[in-house]
Design a protein around this ligand. Structure first.
Ligand code: HEM
Ligand SMILES: *[C@@H]1O[C@H](CO)[C@@H](O)[C@H](O)[C@H]1NC(C)=O
Ligand SMILES: *[C@@H]1O[C@H](CO)[C@@H](O)[C@H](O)[C@H]1NC(C)=O
Ligand SMILES: *[C@@H]1O[C@H](CO)[C@@H](O)[C@H](O)[C@H]1NC(C)=O
Length: 546
């Protein structure tokens, strides 16, 4: 019988040693052999388990015809218990697309740790789901993001739960967003925003120099958007309570891809967890004030930020939120205003510069919309923003950038057993509407992978067929979600990014290190995708003509 190094009692006397002795080479080889044998057995069992799982899932995963009382078919997966979760988190787009190839004409289901996520992507179903906010509820999704992403305290969680089919706090909060983030107030806020943007730009760039400088372009845009947003929405005061504001923000924001799904992300990445804690402590100080102190003629006070956030603070107090709970409300708002706008600014600028001719066209269109009196050496550009947004080329480019750069997937919880597209859905399962499946639908967007602003541009002599084509395109562009969850900041985003990018492209010559064709986006995103790798660009102050 062979001995193992562990089984000391079986040693023969001639070979006796204490456990401290080195093993002989032969023994060591034996042990190694056994260990390898054991490992390969474990490995074989694992592989067999994966194969058996996949095979048994594949056998049950054939596309099923509708109207037979079935649930949508579950796409095959390799790993029991976790099911699709790893492939979904690693490459959501790839996971949706490859399953869609298997089920080209029907919905299908991804399973993640026992929860069913039914994937739908037909435009009519998407519109149907968005318009039925009671049957397909957004609130549980919001509530889970508040719990995971900003660790909302237990005591405040009921505020986000639906009772008797509605939620008064969430509805009132929504009304405040609507009131401030549309119409005249929005224009006033955006005027403040652009003023702040120019201050921030002055701080980070030498606007007098005409030398070429090399920058990490996404890092630059991210920082400009973050700082301009922070001081516009929360005033200068927050900076005094939050020392490493920029570093902390990046740590927190980078962790949210996993973090909005599971609070574990912040324990597994303790630096991000500590950064989040410092942010929440800063917002506690920001919120812990005498409400009478906020005074302003208009919509903004430099110290306090925009009036909207003051109103949200009062609303939180009215509903009996804890101080930490209110801090979570403010931090989550900071998150939604920056997290997608920053990568969108980078991406929109990249799309606008996709070729020298495209960039020249952008500059030409934008420079005609500068207010008269903007002089060539002065850097605070004033655009007629309304006209800038309406400009056919710029608007077409904006929509096309949204189409190609979005990776959001609206999620809605099924509140009662029901049927959709002829398939049964059970209460408690989740409907997932991935925009990439809609945005790359060749029947709506021919040459879907190409950037074609023209497809959105309205011609003067447009016929009925063309109108219909554009109507379908409009319906399929879902970067901002829809229904109850529809992004309240979509007008802010459009105005902010078009204005900021027009400013940057008129103020600077820009040369990217990688060409348009090699530019890759990171599929792991909860909204707009960031570049997959750092984007080096050379910038030089240009003297524009107006
Ligand atoms: C290009 C930039 C942006 C994109 C693509 C985007 C996208 C989204 C999406 C997909 C949702 C969830 C919708 C759903 O599940 O149906 C959302 C929610 C939201 N967004 Fe945006 N967003 C952007 C910028 C902004 C900005 C700049 C603001 C604020 C000024 C903002 C404020 C909000 C708010 C408050 C919500 C939550 C709505 C609610 O809870 O009822 N977003 N956004
Ligand atoms: C902003 O608020 C501060 C503190 O209450 C106040 O002293 C200041 O006058 C306000 N600024 C404006 C422009 O109203
Ligand atoms: C598409 O949406 C835009 C607004 O983004 C609107 O101005 C246009 O009229 C819509 N086109 C059609 C054909 O519905
Ligand atoms: C998403 O998937 C499509 C189809 O497989 C692919 O062409 C596209 O490049 C992917 N996008 C990203 C950002 O990975």
């Amino acid at each position: 019988m062979r001995r193992t190094g562990i089984n000391l009692g079986e040693r023969s006397p001639d070979n006796r040693r204490t456990a401290m002795n080195m093993w002989t080479t032969e023994e060591a080889n034996n042990v190694l052999f056994k260990a390898l044998a054991a490992l390969s057995t474990v490995w074989a069992v694992l592989v067999a388990l994966l194969i058996v799982t996949y095979a048994s899932r594949a056998a049950q995963s054939w596309p099923k015809p509708p109207n037979r009382g079935h649930e949508p078919p579950v796409a095959p997966y390799w790993v029991p218990y976790f099911q699709h979760i790893f492939s979904f988190l690693w490459d959501p787009n790839g996971t949706y697309q490859s399953s869609k190839n298997k089920y080209p004409n029907t919905p299908y289901t991804l399973l993640m740790m026992g929860t069913k996520f039914h994937i739908f992507s037909s435009k009519t179903t998407v519109a149907h789901v968005f318009s039925r906010s009671r049957a397909f509820s957004f609130e549980p999704v919001l509530s889970s993001m508040m719990e995971n992403g900003v660790n909302l305290p237990e005591v405040d969680r009921p505020m986000f739960q639906v009772t008797e089919g509605s939620n008064r706090f969430v509805a009132s909060n929504h009304n405040i967003w609507l009131k401030y983030l549309t119409g005249k107030r929005l224009d006033d806020i955006m005027a403040v925003y652009m003023k702040n943007f120019h201050h921030v730009l002055e701080e980070h760039m030498d606007l007098q120099s005409r030398e070429w400088i090399s920058v990490d372009f996404h890092e630059l845009m991210r920082r400009l958007i973050f700082e301009a947003s922070l001081v516009t929405f929360f005033g200068t005061r927050i900076q005094y309570y939050w020392a490493d504001i920029w570093e902390d923000w990046k740590l927190f924001n980078d962790a949210t891809y996993f973090g909005v799904r599971s609070n574990w992300a912040y324990y597994l990445q303790p630096r991000a967890g500590r950064a989040r804690e410092r942010m929440l402590q800063a917002f506690e100080k920001w919120a812990d004030i005498d409400p009478e102190e906020w005074v302003s003629e208009g919509v903004w006070n430099e110290t306090w930020g925009i009036k909207m956030n003051h109103e949200r603070e009062l609303l939180g107090r009215d509903y009996g939120f804890s101080l930490r709970g209110r801090s979570c409300l403010h931090a989550s708002f900071l998150f939604v205003i920056v997290t997608n706008a920053a990568p969108m600014a980078t991406w929109f600028a990249t799309c606008a510069s996709n070729s020298p001719a495209a960039l020249a066209r952008y500059r030409k269109e934008a420079s005609t919309l500068l207010f008269p009196g903007t002089s060539g050496s002065f850097h605070e550009l004033g655009f007629d923003v309304i006209a800038l947004k309406k400009n056919q080329y710029i608007q077409g480019l904006w929509k096309e950038s949204l189409r190609l750069g979005s990776a959001s997937a609206a999620a809605r919880v099924v509140m009662e057993d029901c049927e959709l597209e002829g398939y049964k859905l059970k209460k408690g399962s989740v409907i997932l509407l991935p925009v990439q499946l809609m945005h790359f639908d060749e029947s709506v967007f021919p040459e879907a992978k190409s950037l074609l602003p023209e497809r959105w541009m309205v011609k003067d002599d447009q016929d009925e067929a063309e109108m219909e084509r554009q109507r379908l395109q409009n319906q399929s562009l879902r970067s901002f979600g829809g229904g109850t969850g529809l992004c309240s900041g979509r007008f802010v985003a459009e105005q902010e990014i078009i204005n900021v990018v027009s400013t940057m492209l008129l103020l600077f010559e820009i040369e990217f290190d990688v060409g348009w064709k090699e530019f890759k986006l990171n599929p792991r995103s909860i909204g707009v995708m960031s570049p997959a790798k750092p984007v080096t660009a050379r910038l030089r102050r240009r003297i524009y003509e107006s």
